[in-house]
Design a protein around this ligand. Structure first.
Ligand SMILES: Nc1ncnc2c1ncn2[C@@H]1O[C@H](COP(=O)(O)OP(=O)(O)O)[C@@H](O)[C@H]1O
Ligand SMILES: [Mg+2]
Length: 184
């Protein structure tokens, strides 16, 4: 069984938010693989990749974080309105900017990658928590910089309790429920 885009003209932005190491990139690629296999037009805007390219030179002050997220939202919207499924995977710590993106894009599905910070720190996929704890890295989200969890996300992936496959399935199920995808 596979997935089909419900309407070639109707794209959607699947907006991941969550702490570093919460699972955004991993689930994003799992969802991407499933849709790519089935021929759904799909693009991933990963926070780390965007910061190496579109947002190269930006830092981690609130101002720079906001600029980064607004750029991601802008590009995601351009693709989405041309019928593309877009997955964004950036921490996007501030609720107000995510709400701004939602208001602009409209076809917007927020996915909260929710894992306790202890678990994210234990995973320390990129070794950044260790650097933040030692003080080598300042302004790290969840340690000495804020993270505002979404108040009403469409999907919550509890990545400390679920497998990657289960988390990705939750996202795909929601896209079916909201009428962006049909199963065939
Ligand atoms: N259900 C799950 N969903 C996503 N990642 C998971 C899950 N369970 C365990 N993990 C692991 O957690 C880590 C998440 O890292 P990553 O996806 O890079 O996080 P982020 O992009 O949010 O910083 C990976 O090592 C991944 O294998
Ligand atoms: Mg990531």
């Amino acid at each position: 069984m596979g997935y089909k885009q419900a309407d070639r003209e109707r794209g959607v932005v699947i907006w991941f938010t969550g702490l570093s190491g919460s699972g955004k990139t991993t689930i994003a690629h799992e969802v991407e693989d499933a849709l790519y296999r089935d021929g759904v037009p799909i693009e991933v805007l990963d926070g780390d990749v965007v910061r190496e390219n579109l947002s190269k030179g930006l830092g981690f002050s609130k101002e720079d974080r906001d600029i980064n997220i607004r750029r991601i939202a802008f590009v995601a919207h351009l693709l989405q309105r041309n019928g593309v499924f877009v997955i964004t995977a950036a921490i996007s710590p501030y609720r107000a900017i995510r709400e701004e993106a939602r208001a602009m894009i409209k076809d917007f599905v927020e996915v909260y990658a929710d894992a306790p910070i202890e678990v994210c720190e234990q995973r320390d996929v990129k070794g950044l928590y260790a650097k933040a704890r030692s003080g080598e890295l300042k302004g790290f989200t969840g340690i000495d910089d804020p993270y505002e969890p979404p108040s009403n996300p469409e999907v919550v992936c509890r990545t400390a309790e679920e497998t990657v496959e289960q988390s990705a399935a939750k996202v795909l199920d929601k896209l079916v429920e909201l009428g962006y995808l049909v199963q065939d």
